[in-house]
Design a protein around this ligand. Structure first.
Ligand SMILES: [Zn+2]
Length: 371
């Protein structure tokens, strides 16, 4: 079995978020065939455990690898195309699903090699396979987290980075929000009887700074829905969006800005009988790694030994399961989010290369052997 075989096999198992049963069953069979101990978790998630094999390891470390099994859409009937340079893409009608199957495939290959005694020494390992990572309520929160013993975690889920030795040092907090602007409908010919939800929207948005609202912070309204008919003054408009920041203070400020905009609109005389509901949900809290910590230094050493120029640290505004392990509702497992060697993820142009798939295997093997 090589990395390309396992990668193409799992890419061809459709697993859009919420439809991960098939791939979960595939992985469970894969583990069972190799006598790997695993538990079935809620929402088709899996935790596999492998004891250390420590002929020459003086101190056993407990390490976790985690990847998500789900993909974004369109992710059904993915056709794989490999060009002569080893670039792997889809046919252009779907995503490729390399996010996160590049990592998933490598975890499975690593497990396969361990089961065949092809890896001499390795630390105690836990492999976590999550679902619904790409949607608002990641299933990782439903794992039986107490069963995990790992001290450190590795999640290869940072895309679009030129240097394979890129590691996230700072990840932003992300909060999702919805807004319901509720006025009063009326026939287009009698606008004086209406409270126009569209006017409320204009007023609401004009009170906010969208985009880069504060340093290293963003506010976005991504979904706008409303209106009933061409001849009706809209009675209600729904908005949904998110805001992100490295700084807890700015997260609070943005939330206050939304509330202030709400009050401002409702204080206008023409909107006195209107209503605005704002609902804010924490998607994930951000985290900051201490780049001088022993773990970070060790990671640097691992990449250097593989011939890379240390590691490239990166601040990111995107979330991953690493954010969930680092804090919020889960117990803290110090978890690194590392480059997965994939590009243009979440688009039909998504691609990776055979070389990058092989590099990930090399990095994973180095970690399990020499951490
Ligand atoms: Zn991902």
């Amino acid at each position: 079995m090589n990395i390309l075989e396992i990668f193409t096999t799992i890419v061809q198992i459709d697993s859009e978020s919420g439809n991960e049963e098939k791939i979960s069953v595939f992985i469970q069979n894969f583990l069972a065939q190799r006598n790997i101990e695993f538990s079935q978790e809620k929402e088709f998630q899996i935790i596999a455990k492998i004891p250390a094999k420590n002929k020459n390891i003086s101190e056993i470390k407990k390490l976790m690898f985690c990847a998500h099994m789900d993909t974004v859409s369109p992710g059904k009937n993915i056709e794989i195309i490999i060009d002569k340079n080893g670039k792997i893409t889809s046919s252009g009608n779907t995503i490729l699903g390399a996010d996160n199957k590049a990592s998933l495939a490598n975890m499975l290959l690593l497990i396969d090699k361990i089961s065949k005694n092809e890896i001499e020494n390795h630390h105690q390992l836990e492999f976590v396979f999550t679902t619904k990572e790409e949607i608002d309520e990641p299933a990782v929160y439903k794992l039986n987290i107490e069963s995990l013993q790992s001290e450190l975690g590795f999640i290869f889920d940072k895309a679009n980075e030129e240097n394979i030795n890129t590691v996230v040092s700072v990840a932003s907090s992300i909060s999702d929000f919805t807004v319901e602007l509720k006025g009063k409908g009326a026939h287009a010919s009698t606008p004086e009887r209406a409270i126009n939800a569209l006017e409320m929207l204009i007023s609401f948005v004009s009170e906010l700074k969208l985009g880069n609202c504060y340093p290293n912070s963003t506010l976005n309204i991504g979904v706008i829905n409303g209106g009933e008919a061409t001849n009706t003054v809209p009675s209600v408009i729904h908005l949904a969006g998110d805001f992100r920041s490295e700084s807890p203070e700015y997260m609070k400020k943005i939330e206050e800005d939304l509330r202030r905009a709400q009050m401002k609109v409702l204080s206008a005389k023409k909107f006195k009988d209107a209503n605005i509901d704002i609902n804010i949900i924490i998607y994930c809290k951000g985290y900051t790694h201490n780049v001088n910590s022993p773990a970070f230094k060790n990671l640097e050493k691992i990449y250097s030994q593989l011939g890379y120029d240390g590691i490239k640290v990166l601040k990111t505004q995107s979330g991953s399961d690493a954010s969930c392990f680092m804090n919020h509702r889960l117990n803290v497992i110090e978890t690194f989010c590392l480059n997965d060697g994939c590009f243009e993820v979440h688009t039909v142009k998504e691609w990776t290369t055979i070389e990058n798939l092989e590099k990930l295997q090399e990095i994973m093997q180095k970690i399990v052997k020499y951490w």
